[in-house]
Ligand binder design. Structure first.
Ligand SMILES: [Zn+2]
Length: 151
């Protein structure tokens, strides 16, 4: 068994604060998005999860350690409903920029533009989005929210 087959990668963990199951994230995501002074607390052999509960103060957790949302270098889309919060981290779309786009043009080309840029220059969500995965779902959900007057 090599390190990549570690059973730790497949274990289920629940958030120590809200008791919901977390999403697996790479250590690289924590290293990229937590403040510099906290990096020493990241254990390379631990399996980390991201807490996806919007009202929970925990960002990442392992079986014996956790980090707070306030310890992230950026505001997380699903943890902060503010207008200035990014919905796409790689190409800098915020709630505000998409909202403005829709107000001005009646629709948003953000999805089309993002998909185009994902091919070239390419995205790096695992290092830019605190959730550690692709932002497209967040962008799609937000545009739908505006178009159905739920924002
Ligand atoms: Zn939680």
């Amino acid at each position: 068994m090599n390190c990549c087959d570690s059973p730790l990668n497949k274990i289920k963990l629940i958030c120590p604060h809200c008791s919901q199951e977390g999403n697996s994230v790479e250590t690289l995501t924590l290293q990229s998005l937590l403040h510099e002074e906290l990096l020493k607390n990241i254990n390379n052999i631990s399996s980390y999860k991201y807490c996806k509960t919007s009202t929970c103060d925990i960002s990442y957790f392992s079986k014996d350690y956790y980090f707070l949302v306030s310890e992230l270098k950026v505001k997380a889309t699903d943890k902060d409903q503010g207008l200035d919060v990014p919905v796409c981290y790689c190409f800098n779309y915020s709630r505000e920029s998409i909202l403005k786009d829709i107000k001005t043009n009646g629709e948003s080309n953000a999805l089309k533009e993002i998909k185009y840029m994902m091919k070239d220059p390419g995205c790096f969500c695992e290092r830019s989005n605190p959730q550690g995965n692709c932002c497209l779902g967040n962008v799609t959900a937000f545009i739908k929210q505006i178009m159905t007057n739920q924002f």
